[in-house]
Design a protein around this ligand. Sequence first.
Ligand SMILES: Cc1cc2nc3c(=O)[nH]c(=O)nc-3n(C[C@H](O)[C@H](O)[C@H](O)COP(=O)(O)OP(=O)(O)OC[C@H]3O[C@@H](n4cnc5c(N)ncnc54)[C@H](O)[C@@H]3O)c2cc1C
Length: 416
Amino acid sequence: MSSGSEIQRHYDVLIVGAGHAGANAAIALRQGGFAGSVGLLGDEPEAPYERPPLSKDYLAGDKTFDRLLIRPLAFWADQQVDLLLGCRALSVDVLQHRVHAAEGSAIGYGKLIWASGGAPRSLVCEGHDLAGIHAIRTRSDVDRLLGELPGAQRVVVIGAGYIGLEAAAVLTKLGKHVTVLEMQDRVLARVTAEAMSRFYEAEHRAHGVDLRLDIGVDCLEGSAGKVTGVHLRDGSVLPADLVIVGIGVIPAVEPLLAAGAEGGNGVDVDAFCRTSLPDIYAVGDCAAHQSVFAGHARVRIESVQNAKDQAITAAKSIMGTDIPYQAVPWFWSNQYDLRLQTVGLLTGYDDVVVRGDPANRSFSLVYLRDSRVIALDCVNKVPDYVQGKALITSYVQFDRAALADDGRPLKSLLTA
Ligand SMILES: Cc1cc2nc3c(=O)[nH]c(=O)nc-3n(C[C@H](O)[C@H](O)[C@H](O)COP(=O)(O)OP(=O)(O)OC[C@H]3O[C@@H](n4cnc5c(N)ncnc54)[C@H](O)[C@@H]3O)c2cc1C
């Protein structure tokens, strides 16, 4: 490992961003027999680690950081992947094939894989920069939050997406008084149908979360530089010892866009994860690709599956095997004793079928477009999740009554 100031060399493949996608790109290169030099440059101080536990087991104290590492530290040296940590790429010189990093250093590349993920969207209202306001994106974010937790009883979570709700579930279990604020009229509005939102709303309320929908934040107030309350648009004020903001991610692609890459919400990539710039690939949360599972719309997917599979696609392309990226997307979220597993993308659905009874806390939602299955959300229902993928890739039209028949395994519908 070396610090930012020491870097001054050339790599056959330079990877910017040492997260899920970056790490898996390096792994895929070595697994594919790539013998050239590989540098993995990241602005965090840690070796690549898994982010999902940050809002789950790591926040709960059930997993130590060592168990989050994507590979043990020795792996990177064994595989001759140079970890260049604590170092931020600032700009890309496309003609010279160089990345300029902090402290005036330049690193040459043959191929560049941009795997920079994104930064949590911040509040812009008055008081947004008070102490005691936290995002959950990196290990250091969560360590800071954990450091303040013993002195905090009233926690306000702004944003009822996956991360906000997962944090609310953990903190409620830890005995905190948790209020969740959501601007939309339902939780998880961007990622699921109304029936699932209502199910999760009821679960959080049953666990003691004060969940408020349709409510905007006006500003935050503090004392001695530390947050003490959240002013709501309805004029009320919520006392707060600690605030967690989970309102989305902004892809970290400015250097690539400044270098001329096409994009906007992320960097646009083709089916092989190539950007519009020569010898530059982009993978993971920062890359926007046209997905067959979204009716060929351009999507930017934030998931471990997407990060890993795009990394493999880019690595293979660099090694001379162009295989279009067409993996079926999948996601998961753990809240309380509920495991939500999603397969497919629900973009453009025109019908939703419920399988099973939400009251039993084990059920699925099947999303249809023109009677074809495009996605499933499965709560504590692993067989539906596992079998549902084949329904999606069959592109067959299904009878909704058969899909709704919970006594019938989904796989049997393919042979009917
Ligand atoms: C709290 C949390 C919970 C999650 N839970 C789930 C889950 O349950 N299931 C799921 O599928 N997904 C989950 N995700 C999403 C998943 O972790 C991401 O989709 C995945 O990490 C994306 O990988 P990535 O490599 O594209 O980005 P990241 O993992 O974010 O890695 C990008 C790295 O690049 C660094 N970087 C950025 N810019 C630069 C630069 N200019 N120079 C150098 N380094 C740079 C960043 O600091 C970061 O270390 C969760 C994410 C979070 C934050």
